[in-house]
Design a protein around this ligand. Sequence first.
Ligand SMILES: [Zn+2]
Length: 238
Amino acid sequence: MKKGFKKFTLMIIIIICGFYSMVKDTVPNLVSLSVIGSEFSLDDEKDKSLKVNSDNIKPDKLLVNKNNGLSSDYIPKNLSIPNIPFSDSSDHEEKHVAGIIVNPLENLVNAAKKEGIILFGNSGYRSYDSQKNVYNNRVRSQGKALADAYVAKPGFSEHQTGLCIDITNKDKYFVEGTKEAEWLGQNCYKFGFIIRYPKQKKNITNIEYEPWHIRYVGKEAAKYIYNNKITLEEYLGK
Ligand SMILES: [Zn+2]
């Protein structure tokens, strides 16, 4: 009887271990070093069906910069083309954005239009493979040193998140002082976006001022970042 019970207990342990290693192996490693904090609660951890992917990362927690990259298989959820005008130089892939920002982006562009400001989408999502092509072409044409100075290494462009988009105007001259750039800088937070690379923050972002590059973080975070004149890095305590 006792022996039988020991065998039974051993079998149960083996089954549990086997199940655990099976489940562990099915969780894809979609996100690499880039998730700051985690929104998983203990309850979520118990849910074995919950996978780590772009679905369960809050948009203000995903940080991609020189030190935080995305894995090659990171693809934003529900990539779609928003109903906004695009620059004629945008290719098919870069017209896409993550599903979560489609409505906020359309609302932003429509609100601008009501005030006589015509904004165009220029470049949204860039896949890992596109980044790799751009980087490799640059290395081939100019050498590795110059490529590293001007092009993000594959996986290190925020455009892979699908949460950001470069905006332009009809003249494709979207610089400080144009009415479109001024409007975007003053109003994008109302729709959940931030100017991701603000002026005089290169020491933190590693990127020069880009008035055209907006990043979705959600309304609450965007308002906080706008009011406090900080960067996403500072907001996340990085
Ligand atoms: Zn950009």
